[in-house]
Design a protein around this ligand. Sequence first.
Ligand code: IPE
Ligand code: IPE
Ligand code: MG
Length: 253
Amino acid sequence: MSVSPHPQRPVEDSSSGKMPKHVAFIMDGNGRWATARGLPRTEGHRQGLETLRSIIRHAGKVGVEIITIYSFSSENWNRPATEVSFLMGLLKRFVQRDLSELHEANVRIRIIGGRSDLDPGILSLLEEAEELTRRNSGLELVVAFNYGSRAEILRAAQHLAQRVQDGDIRLEEITEEAFSQSLDTGGLPDPDLIIRTSGELRLSNFLLWQAAYSEFYFCDLNWPDFDEAAFDEALSCFGNRQRRYGGLDAKAL
Ligand code: IPE
Ligand code: IPE
Ligand code: MG
């Protein structure tokens, strides 16, 4: 059997000692943060939004180019209706209050996740945010909303299968590259670094395809306590990682 090297991935790490280009956040622990203080869980979500604002600012300052935030999963609908409706309200307020400021700061917003079953009011707000900022060239803020990675992968598979059935493409044209492009994240580079707060050690259906060679950073702080210093620590930890993509370090050759 002859095995050829993968044509698309560099064997040698190009990011070691450097800033990650794309950082994805699983912003977890809002509820526990609030409960530990005798507050309702919703207070944790409110405080978590403050953290998000400071992390967006900091990402731009330190030169991260893309951040993806897991804001609401396709499974989060299983929470009590009161919490779900609070989270929807928070998202609306975030877009209404912060959109013009983000636009002025040249932030480009992109939404990933299922759209077909969304409340029309929320959908139009999200689309407005994308449309307004479409031509911005600064930090790219990817908001994973009603997002589930398995559903995203299924949508991509169905889309490509449909194109084969319609005679638009041949079966052999379903390559890794074509598949990546058909995901909601099509056109974005894979995340270099995925940070999850609150001590949980799982992906919870986040970027399963895209995380193939991501570096992971798990942090015990709950999201409302995650600050610029904690972000810097994650970035510096990333800078010391050696990414090999299945190959070998230059030193070992
Ligand atoms: C993350 O915090 C925010 C969302 C999932 C929307 P959680 O609400 O999951 O907080 P914990 O994990 O229950 O503490
Ligand atoms: C993942 O957190 C989703 C978001 C952060 C939006 P969850 O709190 O929903 O994940 P599980 O249930 O602990 O796996
Ligand atoms: Mg949680």
